[in-house]
Design a protein around this ligand. Sequence first.
Ligand SMILES: Nc1ncnc2c1ncn2[C@@H]1O[C@H](COP(=O)(O)OP(=O)(O)OP(=O)(O)O)[C@@H](O)[C@H]1O
Ligand SMILES: [Mg+2]
Length: 794
Amino acid sequence: MTASIPPPAGPEVLPILPLRNSVLFPASVVPVNVGRARSVRLIEESFGRDRPLIGVVAQKESDTEDPEFEDVHALGTVARVLKVIRLSSGNYSVVLQGVSRMRVVEPITRNPFMRARLERIHETPVRDTETDALATALREAARRLREVLPQQNREAGAALENIHDAGALADAVTSDLGIPTSAKQQILEILDVRDRLRRVLEIVSRQAQVHKVKKEISTMVQEEMSRSQREFLLRQQMKTIRKELGEADDDDEIETLRERLARAELPIDADKAARKQLQRMRAMSPHGAEYQVCRNYVEWLADLPWGKVTADRLDVNEAKRVLDEDHHGLDKIKRRIVEYIAVRRLKSDIRGPILCFVGPPGVGKTSLAKSIARATGRNFCRVALGGVQDEAEIRGHRRTYVGAYPGRFVVGMKQAGSRNPVMLLDEIDKLATDGRGDPGAALLEVLDPEQNNTFTDHYLEVALDLSGVLFIATANRKDTIPRPLLDRMELIELAGYTRDEKHHIAMDFLVPKQLREHGLTPDRLDFSGEAIDAMIDGYTREAGVRNLEQKVASVCRSVAVRLAEGEDVRQLSDAAHVREVLGAPRFERSVAEKLSSPGVATGLSWTPAGGELMFVEAQQMPGTGQLHLTGKVGDVMKESIAAAFSYIRVRSSDLGLPNDFLSKMDIHVHLPNAAMPKDGPSGGIAVFVALSSMLTKLKVRPDVGMTGEITLRGHVLPVTGIKEKCLAAHRAGLKHILVPKRNEPDLDDVPNEVKKDLEVHLISKMDEVLPLVLDLDSGPAGPAPERVSQPPPS
Ligand SMILES: Nc1ncnc2c1ncn2[C@@H]1O[C@H](COP(=O)(O)OP(=O)(O)OP(=O)(O)O)[C@@H](O)[C@H]1O
Ligand SMILES: [Mg+2]
């Protein structure tokens, strides 16, 4: 296809066909679509003529719809119309053959299509060494390009070899290149053959480079794909084979871990950390220690509830119902809990204070927390803080330690299985503050809503979000809770239950629960009220119902055993049955026996286990006026005993004692139950009463309990734990209780059931005490009774 057809002499006038986005080169044959009105006219005009000539020019802008002479390049190509194929009406495919370059010299007409006078640009074939070399290089480059091109055009390839003219070669190569129309037009306009060859060579080489790299990349990707696919297939096969052979498989293990991780919805950095360990495991022997360490770690990561959230149920009425269903009484506390839930419902992002239930064992602290979880539809987990000394128990051990383990919060979260459980911080008052590190500080971080969304456990090393957790704490006493923790918590005190309440709790909750747990039904074992009362009075002495529940369980167990032995048991449990199962009662309701001689008084003390009776014994013996103390007495209590003693000496004459009554005797004050440490000032009154009783030889009334701090001047000061002490006095069957006058407001908290049986005497001066407590009929004849019954003004 060389430009070998001899050109007609002189200037020509030809129709001009604008091409929207292609350039026709001499020596190439290309089909173009013709659909624009004027172009169609042009083509139709040529019908009937044999291979007519036309001028072809490229548009400057491809989006010019109906171009004029200004819109097309002046340099174009003379072309022969080889063939016209009608595609549809007004739409043709026209095969053009480039003949030679030309320049539009003068527009002649614009309508119905453009016609112009033009001038052909003749190209005389150049043959010199440089041109030959360039042509060879271009041929070579074009061949290379074709090799890396995605689709090869073999025909064009063959054609290239047949083009001997260097300029035509450059044109033919350019015509096939996938470069923009403007770039092609530039080549068309290079009339110097060597320049054209150089330019085209440059473009072709660059294209070859680009396509080569492209091809390499895609080959790489393909290879990678097929490699991993093959690996996958092999693994599958291996799995099947191993399964057939019944072999557990370590690689399989890594695979399983990978699957577990994928399901665990890990945050990005945790996922990264886990995958890094998996990678390391691949290179390790599965029997090595290091491998196990890695595996444990990855398992922890996979087991944590990163993405699992339970839907909150914050329906206040439902919460009320659940709380009532689980617990008897506790109305005030339930109301506070419901309030708490209601506030969270209104403002779920505001975290209120952390609720902390304080009270003796077995009053339902733990079970209330569980109930809150149930009421709010959350999962529940418990973190035991009692005895935690080491910060690492909260924050975890670094993995570099042998046997390293995550801290309790991470363990708790795993147990909970959701990101927003109710987490019970049990026994927060028993957190040791003198151990290694500061567990309290770590706990503070956990409870701080500002920080706990990125809690970092030393073992996990990636942040765990605890901000969705609803924390609830429990404690037996508030005075040992570290102060900063205390500031973050709202204390809710549970003092203990009355006999009546215990009775109801047992009948309505403990018995059904224990029957269920022992696989019994009420027709197999029926607890009478009498049996329950017998257990409350004779076998337990506690503020809560923990022991009571154990006793009920013991009775259930004995029946369950009989049932298991084949007996058709139908047992009505009454007092006799209880005695039969549990043996003789361990407690009596009466304390009269202990107070059968002078010198013993019934004090009341507060302990973490609730209120308790505390007997004070005073004894005199020949001696030199010394005071001995025994019974694990703390410093504060020692001081109040000394104060009581001094007060007695001051008032000795009023008690009918000789002035020198101390010169020949020693006095010994003992507080039995020596294993139990006793401290605090509230025993002052009881010590005073015991001493007075001993010295006057008048017995103390056995149905009176007392509490109160005393001063040297004879005043009675208020004390703590009034409600617990009243409950204890009531539990022990006392009828009177002496309470400091200034504690009067605390009596509001004492249940009416207790106040009904227990007469409360409010006292402000020590002189009011003795007439109330000493049994005036019990002493030997003497002057004391009158003195005692009519206290002198102080
Ligand atoms: N008001 C109540 N109604 C029904 N059951 C109760 C009530 N109070 C306590 N119980 C039951 O008594 C048992 C002991 O309660 P729980 O374990 O919650 O005590 P606690 O206060 O957590 O004690 P500790 O301080 O020893 O942990 C549980 O079975 C609980 O369900
Ligand atoms: Mg508990």
